[in-house]
Design a protein. Structure first.
Length: 209
């Protein structure tokens, strides 16, 4: 079963409280989501491999470490996942960014792909799927499966807030994909919203209803 990492750093938790607040407007909401994504990126990338090199400083030679190995790919789930990309790119500027767009079929209630644009070498990349909310887990599970169908092998999922139902759904569907969240909330309500959650992340990011 995949691990669930709840990132309880004080700065993440403080900013998450502001994100939850219904009084927070779209501009501040976008800025906070970007900042939390950047902070979460530290933990999501903690296991990246390093190699030792020698660097000449103004004083002497120093043994230092740099990233080595597989390249990184960020895959936001449209549209709300877009709000977290820039924060991560500030720390991983060389990452390639793919996009997956999904909608829920009104009859079957299953996620349907309407857009997918990915780096051509995703099989060689460490992929981080990004979506602020992990509610039912249907969209995240479907997006991960789309990536696997196209050859992806090393995938992580990063969300701001999750419901226990969504966490379990992704764990059952993809036991090889670790999940990184800032909080796991109480439950889903009858409309599929996370309680207490933060409302509709996409609407709050982009000022729509």
């Amino acid at each position: 079963m995949a691990d669930v990492h709840v990132l309880n750093h004080p700065l993440i938790q403080h900013k998450l409280s502001l994100i939850r607040d219904e009084r927070t407007g779209s501009k501040e909401f976008r800025e906070l989501v970007e900042e939390v994504a950047m902070l979460m990126a530290y933990e999501v990338t903690r296991d990246f491999a390093l190699q030792e090199i020698e660097v000449k400083t103004p004083v002497a030679f120093a043994k230092s470490k740099v990233l080595v190995g597989r390249k990184v790919g960020l895959v936001p789930i449209l549209r709300a996942g877009l709000g977290m990309v820039d924060g991560m790119l500030r720390l991983i500027p060389a990452a390639k960014v793919g996009h997956v767009g999904l909608y829920r079929d009104p009859e079957t209630l299953l996620p349907v792909e309407y857009y997918c644009k990915l780096p051509s070498d995703i099989a060689e990349r460490d992929l981080i799927v990004i979506d602020p909310m992990l509610a039912t887990g249907g969209s995240a599970s479907a997006a991960i499966m789309f990536l696997k169908d196209r050859g992806a092998k090393n995938i992580k999922l990063m969300c701001l807030i999750a419901a226990p139902e969504g966490v379990l759904a992704v764990q059952n569907a993809h036991p090889d994909v670790d999940i990184f969240v800032a909080a796991v909330d109480e439950r889903l309500n009858e409309h599929g919203y996370i309680v207490p959650g933060l409302g509709d992340a996409g609407d709050r990011l982009f000022g729509t209803k």
